[in-house]
Write a protein that binds this ligand. Structure first.
Ligand code: ADP
Ligand code: ZN
Length: 711
């Protein structure tokens, strides 16, 4: 986006006053202009890109009522409630209303009391609704989730096909179709079926830059890894955990709950009532984790889902991208995490090969799974690969996926692969991985002797690798298509044509090296803030938000999004005027909630801030007068940790020098610096461990502050 000030058009005024946002995002303004001028548009924007404003603003600027077609009946109520929060006159018509309620809405439509009307497609197509609209001034038709019109996509809705008659019945009214999932074919189909031949196409690509992608192999205890990931990086935040089976969902949810997290199961085997209740809690409460089968998610547009985790391998990149796409709709940093193992690969391959589908269908499915496995075993930027898959390009590696953040090591696996493959060959292409590994490692199991496989040339030639390493290798060989899994269900492996060149020594094989720990990337701290005061302040703002939301029975994010609260922490507005300049604070919200939030801010400014400042100052004072940190702790009845926190923040702000705070000889200092600078994730635990626990965390923190202060 350019930095020129945008001219105060009616659209921009609406953006600022009603929604409280300062600037349009790239493309939003062009779309808005096109619709306001009366043209049609097809908008392709990633999830969270800001599609809603593309029709909501023209709806407010143009005369009459805007009709928004959405397939997600369950969500209409939430969307309308969110609009009401901004003081916008909106309502919905769908089968969840009683006939009296529907009649009341129709009356509002007739008397021009509404700016936006959300309708389900089948409702819109009823003669009665169309007749009603013909009596009014319609400002525009918005067709949300427009890919539902595509018969080949996974969300096909037959009712969408009929929407083409809008063009015949209301030829002069602008139409805008929106979607986040349209490849070339789907795009053409939307244009064709909705008669959007004259529409301008706005394509904003697929990238979700705020989402971090991480994929790693299951090195034994995926559940434990998942738990640590949530605790370390997303404590108290909302997330979704996907599992393949209902049983795994139930087990995982129960296990996470026992560990003290608020995890709820969701799958088709639960009663409607329970599912409804769990979904509701996930949407309304803060920090709820939903553990679900892939049945969950369609029509969830909760903006503040901070992570999406997969405990199983999705069967295609499309599925992976759609599921991970539910994270971070609000544009704030979000993580996706996946752990997969050999068993996943075998299970999915078997399911596919064993299905009754026709050969063409199977071939497509196989191709999709291959692409997904390719993404998993990839050693370069994951985002580039993902976007390439969807026909998009990203010129540079993204810097926000695990492979960019800590480039994986590769190794020349040619010889090991030859051993693994020839063991498959020599044993007759009918045994599973465990057996093959036993042969390679020279196990004296009876079974091997029964088959006389202890006489084979491959018996015992693989002792240099552990069983776990061999499993990884076999998984990679399957992923890369050098081995296939038998369809009889016993997991026997067979060679493929692609394995021949490797066996003959004609090609080299470089593979991703196994890492021992779970997927990790740059750590996000538990809260988005470094300073303890800011964290406490942030929590106070969240509490206020929660209270206001509970009073009205709406979701917390409808009051203010996380990004808006974060900006309050940063800028600490003192007056309504200052508060109104924060992104996300429009006129209506300023009036309704401004005072309440200013009160929290004032309280905070008054107490906590000065107190912390004073107490830090006191510590600095004593240290500068020659007292050691431990003595300060005793004298002031503080923990040593707190004292070091004071010192670290004083060093960070260059109030004191490192040598005033800690007593370190040159050699120790060098060693600590070296370990800290080795890592860019900012974590001290690995530093502490690398130094054998010799130095206190407080000391390490001070050195780290010193490094940061020097830039
Ligand atoms: P989509 O429908 O494309 O998934 P939304 O319309 O829900 O995305 O918008 C995603 C988020 O971005 C919402 O929280 C919305 O309020 C916010 N947003 C949209 N446009 C802007 C803007 N111009 N400035 C700031 N925030 C915006
Ligand atoms: Zn990357």
């Amino acid at each position: 986006m350019n930095n020129l000030p945008q001219i105060e058009t009616p659209a921009l005024q609406t953006l600022r006053n009603v929604f409280g946002y300062e600037q349009f995002r790239p493309m939003q303004d062009e779309v808005v202009d096109q619709i306001i001028a009366g043209g049609d548009a097809l908008v392709l924007m990633p999830t969270g890109g800001g599609k809603s404003l593309c029709f909501q603003i023209p709806a407010l600027v143009r005369d009459g009522i805007a009709v928004v077609v959405s397939p997600l009946i369950a969500l209409m109520q939430d969307q309308v409630a969110a609009l009401h929060q901004n003081g916008i006159r909106a309502a919905y018509l769908n089968s969840s209303l009683t006939s009296q309620q529907a009649a009341a809405v129709e009356q509002q439509v007739r008397s021009g009391e509404l700016d936006l009307l959300y309708v389900a497609p089948e409702r819109l197509m009823m003669a009665r609704t169309l007749a009603l609209l013909e009596q009014c001034t319609v400002s525009l038709f918005a067709i949300d989730e427009a890919h539902c019109v595509s018969q080949w996509g996974h969300d096909f809705r037959p009712e969408y096909i009929q929407l083409s008659i809008l063009h015949e019945r209301f030829p002069k009214i602008p139409r805008i179709a929106l979607t986040a999932t349209a490849d070339e074919t789907t795009r053409k189909e939307i244009i064709e079926r909705l008669a959007l031949h004259d529409a301008r196409v706005f394509n904003n690509g697929f990238d979700r830059p705020n989402i971090q992608y991480r994929i790693s192999e299951n090195s034994g205890n995926a559940r434990e890894q998942l738990y640590r990931f949530i605790r370390n990086e997303h404590d108290g935040e909302a997330g979704i955990v996907y599992c393949l089976s209902r049983k795994r969902v139930d087990d995982t949810a129960a296990w996470l709950s026992r560990k003290g997290l608020r995890a709820l199961p969701y799958h088709a085997g639960l009663s409607n009532e329970v599912r409804q209740q769990h979904q509701e809690r996930f949407l309304r409460e803060e920090g709820v984790i939903i553990v679900a089968t892939i049945a969950f998610g369609m029509g969830i547009d909760k903006p503040d889902v901070r992570f999406v985790a997969h405990l199983n391998l999705p069967k295609s990149i499309e599925a992976y991208y759609q599921e991970t796409g539910r994270a971070g709709r609000d544009g704030q940093p979000a993580n996706t995490w996946m752990s997969y193992g050999l068993q996943d690969v075998i299970t999915l391959r078997q399911m596919q090969e064993g299905s009754d589908a026709n050969e063409t269908f199977k071939r497509t499915e196989r191709h999709k799974l291959d692409a997904m496995l390719g993404l998993c075993e990839l050693t370069s930027c994951r985002r580039q690969a993902l976007l390439r898959y969807f026909g998009d390009t990203l010129d540079e590696p993204c810097g926000n996926c695990d492979n960019c953040l800590s480039p994986p090591k590769t190794w020349d696996a040619t010889v090991a692969a030859q051993k693994a493959l020839s063991c498959v060959h020599r044993t007759g292409q009918r045994f599973g991985v465990n057996y093959l590994i036993d042969v390679l490692r020279g196990s004296d199991a009876d079974r091997i002797k029964q088959f006389s496989h202890d006489k084979l040339s491959t018996y015992g030639i693989g002792k240099e690798h552990t069983s776990v390493e061999w499993r990884t290798l076999y998984r990679q060989l399957i992923s890369h298509g050098l081995l296939t899994v038998d369809i009889d269900g016993h997991g026997g492996l067979r060679l493929t044509d692609e394995s021949r060149p490797v066996l003959r020594g004609e090609t080299q094989l470089h593979l991703r090296k196994m890492i021992k720990k779970g997927p990790s990337g740059r750590q996000r701290s538990k809260t988005p803030f470094g300073k303890a005061t800011d964290t406490a302040f942030w929590n106070a703002l969240r509490d206020k938000r929660k209270q206001l939301a509970a009073e009205q029975g709406i979701a917390a994010y409808m009051i203010f999004h996380d990004a808006t609260l974060m900006e309050m922490v940063d800028r600490r507005p003192q007056t309504l005027e200052q508060l109104s300049r924060i992104s996300g604070v429009g006129d209506r919200k300023l009036e309704a909630y401004g005072d309440a939030f200013l009160a929290v801010i004032a309280e905070y400014e008054g107490e906590a801030r000065d107190e912390i400042n004073d107490t830090t100052a006191e510590t600095i004072n004593l240290v500068c007068n020659g007292m050691k940190p431990l003595e300060v702790a005793h004298k002031r009845d503080l923990t040593l940790n707190t004292v070091y926190n004071h010192l670290a923040s004083a060093i960070a702000q260059s109030e004191i020098e490192l040598k005033d705070a800690v007593d370190l000889d040159e050699k120790s200092l060098k060693a600590i610096r070296f370990e800290i600078e080795q890592r860019d994730d900012g974590k001290l635990k690995p530093v502490f461990e690398a130094l054998g626990g010799e130095f206190d965390y407080g000391v390490l923190r001070c050195v780290k502050s010193d490094i940061e202060a020097r830039g």
